[in-house]
Design a protein around this ligand. Structure first.
Ligand SMILES: Cc1cc2nc3c(=O)[nH]c(=O)nc-3n(C[C@H](O)[C@H](O)[C@H](O)COP(=O)(O)O)c2cc1C
Length: 230
């Protein structure tokens, strides 16, 4: 059984950065959970070389969440099954606002399709014996979080910024508070944690604090946050 109570500090998936070496560094500094970058489910199923590279992991970085994205439920199921032996958690990306991903009905496009969210999460949960999590954004956050919970997910990461804002503007931490109040499964809060002190603040409103850009620039943030939490 995966013990979510032990998960406080989380390294976010950051495409182009969160490879094995970087994730091991985050672990070294005290991250409790690390994520792979998003991997295209279709590329996994086809055995694409870059997908195989993105799936590489080291035993020392466990627990690791491997993140997949795609618009087709059957392909997502196949990819999740191919990853389940390696990964401790299968995470579904429903947050990336890249136009080419949204065009194929993947990533943040799903936030606007509640029925498809339900079907995709239910199908992946039924297919694998590992916990399934979903990373979402602020758009329809409460509605989507409840659907994801009811579909059997083990936890949700909420990047509290709207799709239209990309990576600018301010993350809405009040929304994280509101969603947390309604959820039974753990909520990982994400967006604008810039310092170790911010991570401690996030832990007052969410079950875990997920750090993206600040940790890419300064992975020692995990060590500093851990010291503050002692
Ligand atoms: C360059 C870059 C790449 C990203 N790649 C991913 C990704 O592969 N999967 C994902 O779910 N989020 C991805 N994100 C979003 C981050 O995980 C995180 O949600 C976002 O940066 C907000 O957190 P922060 O304010 O701590 O950076 C990416 C963000 C950036 C800036």
């Amino acid at each position: 059984m995966f013990d979510w109570k032990k998960i406080k500090l989380v390294m976010a998936p950051v495409e182009g950065y969160t490879d094995v070496r970087f994730r091991l560094l985050c672990k070294h500094y005290g991250a409790d959970l690390v994520y792979s970058e998003r991997i295209n489910a279709n590329a996994i199923v086809r055995g694409n070389k870059s997908a195989m590279k993105a799936m590489e992991m080291a035993e020392a970085e466990r627990p690791i969440a491997m993140q997949i994205f795609g618009g087709k439920i059957d392909v997502m199921v196949k990819a999740a099954k191919m990853l389940e032996e390696k990964a401790d958690i299968i995470d579904i990306n429903m947050g990336c606002p890249a136009k080419n991903s949204m065009k194929i009905g993947a990533c943040a496009a799903l936030l606007f399709k509640p029925k498809k969210i339900q079907e995709m999460v239910e199908a992946v949960v039924a297919a694998v014996n590992k916990p399934v999590t979903v990373k979402i954004r602020a758009d329809h956050a409460l509605r989507n979080a409840l659907i994801i919970q009811d579909a059997g997910a083990s936890a949700i990461a909420l990047h509290a910024r709207y799709v239209k804002d990309g990576y600018s503007g301010k993350a809405d931490w009040d929304l994280i508070k509101d969603v947390k109040k309604e959820l039974k499964i753990p909520l990982i809060g994400n967006g604008d944690i810039r310092t170790a002190e911010d991570a401690v603040e996030m832990l007052k409103i969410a079950d875990a604090a997920m750090i993206g850009r600040a940790a890419v620039k300064y992975p020692k943030i995990f060590y500093e946050a851990r010291e503050l939490l002692k």
